[in-house]
Design a protein around this ligand. Structure first.
Ligand code: SF4
Length: 369
């Protein structure tokens, strides 16, 4: 049985999990304009944008003979909970025969969850399954750590830009060859040494520009859909950190006892703006904005897919948040019409504004001092 999954962020992690369990894995292709066009063509017009891109990805994978897609359901009151079923229905109507495993958090139905695990487990022993999960989880944590390092120091890459990007691709290839948890420690050490070789230094605190990215999970994590926003910001000299990495999502949904503390902290920070779970990551997005401010970030970019209701609500809080926190916040809506030049111009202006603001603030401080 050929298995595939949606393309979102660090796809090598999902691929590795299935591969180590002995499945024949078809890696989904990175979404392109063609993927988006395919998805848009066969999706309901008012479906949210990630729904359309995922449908396009599924159609491209089906051309490679995929029999089973493994994906996750949704949390709280948003449409992600219906994604899998609706995708399946549309694909059936188009004449494709394909199965789906849609993972919801285990507490929403342990029996169903257990059956799905049994399908993916194949004939591996339980100790072997635990070993694989441990390896992949460690790999995920480690890869997120390296990615954060890259999106921080790449802001200072200058002449080393191409070399560092090439090293990042080599590092990803090294991660994709991992077989055991011991390999993770070795690959991480080699990756850090590789990055260190560029001898890039962070700017002094008063010159550092740090930008946080928050919003809906798919557009925050998937560079091919958000126009490679982290790389663009780095090229303007800004360090970048996202609100969501794959490991945070896993801690939040699969191992909630690990992610509970962080989630509670963010909900607490969102108090007074959004007090309820309104679906997706909207409430956490607001908490993250406050958290980025508390951690001394200079600005936040909020990403919202077109037709995303939860993020539409968090977007309505941005003006007040920006005023209350004295923090520049830029909100971007992402859909099939998003143009690269438009994105570049807005990001360029946003970073310039933050630099100007910081320089002005420094000048005021030196005058008053
Ligand atoms: S969070 Fe928004 S974009 Fe994501 S599934 Fe829910 S409504 Fe759609």
């Amino acid at each position: 049985m050929r298995v595939s999954f949606p393309y979102m962020g660090a796809t090598i992690i999902y691929g590795k999990l299935l591969e180590l369990l002995g499945h024949e894995v078809i890696m989904p292709p990175r979404p392109t304009r063609k993927t988006i066009e395919l998805g848009v063509k066969y999706s309901p017009e008012f479906a949210c944008f990630p729904f359309k891109v995922l449908l396009g990805t599924y159609l491209e994978c089906l051309d490679k003979g995929v029999d089973l897609f493994v994906t996750t359901g949704g949390q709280g009151p948003c449409r992600a909970g219906f994604y899998g079923e609706l995708h399946k229905k549309i694909l059936e109507n188009l004449g494709y025969e394909v199965d789906f495993i849609i993972f919801d958090p285990p507490w929403r139905g342990f029996e169903k969850f257990y059956k799905q695990i049994l399908t993916l487990k194949k004939d591996n022993s339980w100790p072997e399954v635990l070993r694989v999960i441990h390896t992949v989880y460690q790999m995920c944590k480690s890869l997120d750590k390296i990615e954060k390092t890259i999106t921080t120091i790449r802001a200072y890459a200058g002449q080393e830009w191409a070399g560092l990007n090439k090293s990042w691709q080599d590092i990803l290839r090294a991660y994709s060859r991992i077989e055991t948890a011991r390999d993770v420690a070795r690959v991480e050490k080699e990756a850090l040494e590789e990055i260190k070789k560029y001898n890039l230094q962070l700017a002094p605190v008063e010159k550092r520009i740090r930008i946080g990215i928050v919003g809906e999970i798919y557009v925050v994590m998937e560079a091919s859909i958000n126009g490679n926003i982290e790389e663009i910001l780095n090229s303007f000299g800004a360090e970048v950190e996202r609100s969501l990495y794959l490991s945070t999502y896993i801690d939040e949904t699969i191992f909630p006892w690990i992610g509970r503390k962080e989630k509670e902290k963010l909900c607490q920070k969102a108090r007074g703006y959004i007090n309820l779970n309104i679906g997706g990551h909207a409430r956490l997005s607001v908490g993250q904005i406050v958290d980025f401010k508390d951690r001394g970030f200079d600005g936040v970019i909020h990403l919202k897919p077109f037709a995303c209701l939860p993020e539409l609500i968090s977007e309505s809080m941005l003006e007040k948040l920006s005023a209350d926190l004295d923090l520049p916040i830029l909100s971007l809506s992402i859909d099939e019409q998003t143009a690269e030049a438009n994105l570049l111009t807005r990001l360029d202006a946003f970073v310039d504004f933050i630099k100007y603001r910081k320089a002005n603030c420094e000048e005021r401080m030196s005058l008053s001092g």
